[in-house]
Design a protein around this ligand. Structure first.
Ligand SMILES: Nc1ncnc2c1ncn2[C@@H]1O[C@H](COP(=O)(O)OP(=O)(O)OP(=O)(O)O)[C@@H](O)[C@H]1O
Length: 401
């Protein structure tokens, strides 16, 4: 089954006509009773689209019809942010006159910490990885090994992508937690966009599983606790929760002391907790193999999409890799979304309480999935009972000897 397409004959015609500057079409839809604040799955309203496309007449019409001048899309942008990025000065003035604000501009007034180019030895860098945004290098900054992430010029040269990216970095720079990779700053006066984070010398969870295969239960629980603590910090972020949206083994790194940290907030966005409808995003966002069913089906979603991905990560740690390896990731996501397919849980491998926890975490109803706070409590109990079992085993052996 394919994700649903938007029906241009339905109320979404308002959005289509607004983006095309079709005044008659917009009027017809509004007269039919379609709300001027109707939004698509990216929370983009007719006013966002008209402002973006420079359709002044449609902007006037929508404002007269009561469109919310400060509606926020899933990238945290208002219609004014769009009009500004595309230099539609006349529309900017109209939106400002109606009280329009631009959170992207406000954020850029609080820019990322800039690190002087001279302080970073990029000439003696070592390539350590390649992601969808660009290459990652090991470099020295003031004598300390750190990671330098370069951003592909196709992203860095696109005004809209760049400002969305800088917004993400500005958010990341405010985060501080032992299980979150520390953002250090952006490289000043660089011809490319490069940002710096702490360096984690043991690579990603993906690398660890590839090298070691399945992990023993006590290591899995310790790793799961690290990830859950980092994720709980993100989900409890104020004033808005941060949803990671792309929690995968590649986005979990291990430090020299053996602890795991969550990274790569390129896809995470601030969740509007008050929004009764939750967020909506395209099925193409995030990695299919770890994608929650509601995301694949392009439905509203919330923080629990990360809980679903977390369960699959924990399952992989027990198994030494993903289940359904031979199947294409998109097919796996499709079967999870439309046939409720889930990886098998053999009772020989999983402690009973762990099995129950995983089943809750990948529950088809997002409301039944536990919060990371609850997950931490459960994992601590499982860890305690595993430690007791181990101690009993040692004691038994001593008695026999
Ligand atoms: N801070 C870091 N310390 C050490 N290695 C890192 C660091 N950041 C990234 N890496 C390495 O570089 C690789 C690429 O990282 P990057 O975050 O760019 O992409 P990814 O997470 O693998 O994929 P995607 O961009 O699709 O999420 C990682 O898999 C990891 O091995």
């Amino acid at each position: 089954m394919q994700p649903q397409m938007i029906d241009l004959e339905g109320p979404y015609r308002l959005l289509y006509c607004s983006s095309k500057g079709d005044k008659d079409g917009v009027m017809q839809e509004i007269q039919k009773g379609v709300s001027p604040n109707l939004a698509d799955y990216d929370k983009r309203t007719a006013l966002h689209l008209a402002s973006c496309e420079g359709c002044t007449e449609i902007v006037d019409l929508l404002l007269e019809e009561g469109a919310d001048v400060n509606s926020i899309d899933r990238w945290g942008r208002t219609p004014l942010s769009d009009a500004r990025s595309l230099h539609h000065e006349g529309i900017c003035k109209k939106l400002e006159a109606r009280g329009g604000t631009d959170p992207v501009e406000l954020d850029s007034q609080n820019p990322c910490y800039a690190i002087d180019r001279m302080e970073v030895d990029m000439d003696h860098s070592t390539l350590i990885g390649q992601g969808s945004y660009g290459e990652v290098y090991l470099v020295k900054w003031r004598g300390t090994a750190i990671a330098a992430k370069t951003i592909r010029s196709s992203i860095a040269s696109n005004h809209r992508d760049l400002s969305a990216f800088m917004k993400e970095l500005a958010l990341w720079q405010r985060l501080r937690h032992p299980n979150i990779v520390q953002f250090l700053g952006v490289l000043k006066s660089s011809d490319r966009l490069i940002f710096l984070t702490e360096y984690l010398c043991n690579g990603s969870l993906y690398d660890i599983l590839k090298k070691k295969g399945k992990l023993d239960p006590s290591t899995v629980i310790a790793f799961a606790l690290d990830i859950a603590r980092g994720m709980n910090y993100l989900h409890q972020h104020k004033p808005h929760a941060i949803i990671h949206r792309d929690l995968t083994p590649r986005n979990v790194l291990q430090d020299g002391a053996g602890h795991l940290k969550v990274t790569d907030f390129g896809l995470s966005k601030i969740a509007q907790e008050k929004d009764a409808y939750g967020y909506k995003m395209t099925g193409g966002t995030g990695s299919y193999r770890y994608m929650a069913p509601e995301v694949f089906r392009r439905e509203s979603y919330g923080k629990s999409v990360d809980v679903f991905s977390f369960a699959l990560l924990v399952h992989e740690m027990f198994q030494g890799g993903p289940s359904n390896r031979a199947e294409a990731p998109e097919e796996v996501a499709d079967r999870r979304a439309y046939e409720d397919s889930r990886p098998p849980l053999s009772s020989f491998v999983y402690p009973i309480a762990m099995k129950t926890l995983l089943q809750e975490c990948w529950h088809k109803n997002p409301d039944y999935r536990p919060s990371f706070e609850d997950i931490i409590t459960q994992l601590e109990l499982i860890q305690e009972s595993l430690q007791k079992e181990k101690a009993m085993e040692i004691w038994r052996r001593c008695v026999i000897l």
